[in-house]
Design a protein around this ligand. Structure first.
Ligand code: ATR
Length: 260
């Protein structure tokens, strides 16, 4: 029996647990996928044991950076300075690929990214890989936006805008990416439908069907959600772990996540 798992703290409702276990069953792969919760104070003691004894791991908040010192990291993970997938002692970043490959609609500029946390890092890197030269970034805590700007200063120009100006910068944008958790509990941005009319794409990385996604649908604006992001990074994980079957995984995802 092979063992896979997601290292996290605190415990969250994870799509990974649900979908990967269903996939293993459907694909007749003898494996389990666990949610592994580690207290941050215990991380240094425990992580090596998991790296040695599991056939593949995912790493999420808040461990994507601290895990780096225990493995060899490959080029793109090094450039993002975050690892979310481990196989045979090597650390990969499949988050950015999740965003990159999920972009099935044209990426029209100007692009506005809201949020400057861990997810934003992989999104900025994916945009850079798409050939984007410049983006607008806004975040509640301005210092974090400035930090992200500095981190990627040799790759892409990031124009940091005050969070209070959200309305006007959205109005001037063609692509809006929400990389904050706003909407997870049905909260809305301080935006009216009129502010969104100019947009050609809304990418909202929240898993739930948020008010922003509902408005996008109503206004017939192309919309991508956190589940698409998750799907494509999951495909990359399965490829790295050498257990990917495209047809079966597509079917499981449609059934378990999309309810189709
Ligand atoms: P993740 O790894 O999912 O990106 P994170 O690193 O905790 O998680 O980042 C969360 C992002 O959501 C941050 O940009 C955060 O803004 P701050 O940097 O100001 O904390 C943003 N965020 C969360 N709740 C928010 C809220 N109520 N209003 C505005 N921004 C919010």
């Amino acid at each position: 029996m092979k063992k896979f798992g997601l290292i996290e703290y605190p415990k969250k409702e994870s799509l990974s647990y649900k979908v990967f276990n269903s996939y293993f069953k459907a694909a007749n792969i003898k494996a389990t996928y666990e949610d592994i919760v580690i207290e941050p104070s215990e991380f240094d003691n425990k992580i090596q044991n998991y790296i040695q004894n599991y056939d593949g791991l995912n790493i999420t908040v808040p461990f994507k950076e601290v895990v780096i010192k225990y493995i060899d990291i490959i080029e793109d993970a090094k450039e993002i300075n975050a690892v979310n997938c481990i196989y045979k002692n090597k650390g990969y970043n499949t988050d950015w690929k999740g965003f990159y490959y999920s972009l099935k609609f044209p990426l029209v500029e100007p692009i506005l990214l809201i949020g400057a946390g861990g997810a934003s890092k992989s999104i900025v890197y994916a945009l850079y890989k798409k050939g984007v030269k410049e983006i607008y970034l806004t975040n509640r805590t301005k210092e974090k936006a400035e930090k992200l700007k500095k981190f990627f200063s040799d790759k892409i120009e990031i124009k940091v805008e005050p969070f209070e100006n959200l309305k006007s910068i959205v109005r001037g944008s063609k692509t809006l990416i929400n990389a904050t958790s706003i909407g997870m509990f049905q909260e809305s941005f301080y935006l009216d439908e009129n502010d969104l009319l100019n947009l050609s794409l809304i990418y909202d990385i929240v898993y739930n069907h948020t008010p922003l996604q509902k408005t996008a649908q109503k206004l017939k604006i192309n919309c991508l959600d956190g589940k698409s992001f998750w799907f494509y990074q999951a495909v990359e994980n399965l490829k790295i772990w050498d257990i990917y079957n495209e047809e079966i995984f597509n079917n499981v995802f449609k059934k378990v996540v999309r309810g189709e």
